[in-house]
Ligand binder design. Sequence first.
Ligand code: ADP
Ligand code: ZN
Ligand code: ZN
Length: 740
Amino acid sequence: MATDGGGKPAILRLAVPVPLRRLFDYLPPQGSDSAQLLPGQRFWVPFGGRKLVAVLEDIVSESPLAELKPALEQIDVTPLFDRQSRAFLHWAADYYQAPVGELYAAALPAALRKGKLADHWAEQWLELTTEGKGLPESALARAPKQQALLQLLLRDGRQSRPHLKTLGHSATAIRALLDRSLAQWTAGPTAPPPLSTDKGAAGAAPPRLNEEQRQVLDAIPADRFTVSLLEGTTGSGKTEVYLRLMERVLADGRQALLLVPEIGLTPQTLRRIAARFPGRSIAALHSGLAEGERARAWLSAAADQADIVIGTRSAIFTPLHKLGTVIVDEEHDGSFKQQDGVRYSARDLAVVLGRNAGVPVLLGSATPSLESLHNALNGRYQHLRLRHRAGDARPPQIHIVPTLGQQLEEGFAPQVLRHVGETLARGEQALVFINRRGFAPTLACDDCGWLADCPHCSSKLTLHRRQRQLRCHHCDYRRPLVDSCPQCHSRSLSALGAGTERSEALLTHRFASYPVIRVDRDTTASKQALDKLLAPARAGEPCLLLGTQMLAKGHHLPRVTLVVIQDADGGLFSADFRAPERTGQLLEQVAGRAGRGELAGRVLVQSRYPEHPLLQLLLEKGYGAFARQLLRDRAVAQLPPLRAMALVRAECEEAKWAEEFLGEARRQLEALAPPSPQLQYLGPVPALLERKSGRFRFYVQITAEKRGALQALLARLCQWAEGNRNRRLRWAVDMDAQEL
Ligand code: ADP
Ligand code: ZN
Ligand code: ZN
């Protein structure tokens, strides 16, 4: 049996991925060597009849438990997590009220989470011998294939076997260099393959920074923790600033971490970054990768072999020992917040990571989140701005098309359809944006504009078709569904935003002589698929692009001159207090798609309520003024970011059980901390999406003046909730919840 050297048996204190907020003690596996036990290694452990992958936190000599089981097997020799990344995960576990074992699980790529061996991906590398290194690039001129291979190895250093294959170097050429003792195979840990094979683009001279960009860069300190919010419209040159910051960090021998939204990591983006840094190794971490590839990229980054790590949300947990900066692009994007399991925000954790490492954090967006904007306006973050478009493109013209009382064809005003037709006939491209996300239907009258208001709150009632009811999600007022408008008795009532499928059918039919490219989750399973789908649009032929928010960003489509926003209203009247913010961001981003090239752009926004002050503000003064107004509204309503907010969620096939559980949770909360002006409770109320996958979802909302007080309260609530024995009921704490 392993001992700690002093004769007492060593005990392993492990983080196990189970929903219990504590660590678990085990004896070391049979016959293991205590000198080989290091925190950060993975172990297989028995747990409740199952076998789980746990991470070693600590080695102790005593356990409060009398009977300890031995762990089954040690997986790693080299720890996967160092002290600093473990501390970071613990901080996140505390902040989000999550079991630390679940944070490790969230941090690990799937293959490693399932216990695959880390050295499974050890690579075969082709590198030059001393003799090979002594040759000039012009050597082997009589064997061009061998010469090309020699040049590659001289310029970019050792190459992995799969990468050589990707670049098209033949086995014969490799054999020849080996036979001449100019090159040799070595085994070594994996490094990510350099992404760029695009020799034309590689090494392209970067543009000269304009004055604003230079000021922005100068304001970011080299190696001190600061958070900067970079606010700049689409095309104002933010990405160029990121590239320069990365360049600085790389020159310093450090690593750069760039977080991008789920739909932002397009092959286009990757190519642009790879082209700027030829010869540097770039690890891309995203859900489009096969499990093995992703684990390989993660391990290479953790082994200091990646200079740049680009990834979506979970890349924030990649252990980087030489971190030089963290950049979050499109920081307002909802995909940075995990919506199940550990409900962390990668954007917010980026700030913590930067603080721990003592390096600058840069948050960039054309449409900053109210959270970041608030921090920038109150001076906690540095507020940097780019006010002009960097290239020649001019800002688009925006017009509201009032739809009330108009003869709409499947949701489109006649003049809008006419504009689409004319655009296509001129040989240009049109983009029709259909907002479906976060949609909480409320009822509206098509003739007089009546809306189903709550008599007790300043909010709309939400349509619940199943119960044939209209309900208020703020105070739980309910009334039966009506068949006719209470104001004008018209029977033409519609759920705001509904009928998108029919709109799509109409456009496809009406403009059948042009390619209609539909972009949404269903048509684009992968990034490559999207890239391919958009190829005709990039080629510049007249076509109609039709889609959801996937179309809103990241694609440079210079021939799009008309953007149509079918319905701006849904988001303005949702029961979700964040809906106007999201709508504003989306509208601004979509509008930014128009006129990216030399051709001027036009944006048509359909609305039943052209006089709506928020819509007016957005379209006339832009997102900046709009967002500042929303911040004032949030202050009045005592909502985030002026208040800290958390939800206690529960879901169950039996609605009654979820409601009862949360009712009891609220009683527990009120017993611990009675409601006051500084601490307020709401609920249980049904979630906006009340039923999902056959489960009914409810929440209790807590808003607090002091984050610390809220944290302490939630920690105690979790202790109580862990006692829940109803296996069919799931509960969770959602700190800084983004969705209701
Ligand atoms: P953003 O990320 O804010 O949308 P980009 O950095 O992608 O903006 O810049 C928009 C376009 O302008 C790109 O084609 C980019 O190459 C170009 N650009 C950026 N900075 C400059 C500059 N200083 N001079 C000339 N062109 C620039
Ligand atoms: Zn009416
Ligand atoms: Zn109400």
